[in-house]
Design a protein around this ligand. Structure first.
Ligand SMILES: [Zn+2]
Length: 93
């Protein structure tokens, strides 16, 4: 039996996508620091349903389900809204 894990698969997917988008050419003028990236990720995660799994098999299954093109598009829309929301506030110097 494999070791149990406790992972929110939504969080894994969202953090990867936030990093990817934020460092892409579209958002060059936005802050890329760790602080802002984490703020954006937290903001997006508060808007999306969690998807916890307790083992790797379920994790792979969840990845397959959550990574459908429609779902990724929906997540990307939320990320873009959050990038603008966080970018509007001057959170740090
Ligand atoms: Zn920043």
């Amino acid at each position: 039996m494999t070791e149990p894990i406790l992972v929110n698969v939504t969080e894994e997917i969202v953090s990867g996508l936030v990093r990817f988008l934020l460092h892409g050419t579209d958002y060059q003028t936005f802050c890329h620091c760790n602080y802002c990236e984490t703020e954006i990720t937290a903001d997006v995660l508060n808007k999306l349903p969690t998807y916890y799994v307790a083992n790797n098999e379920a994790r792979n299954e969840a990845f397959k389900q959550l990574k459908s093109p429609e779902n990724i598009e929906k997540i990307n829309r939320e990320i873009i809204l959050s990038i603008y929301a966080v970018g509007k506030n001057k959170n740090h110097a």
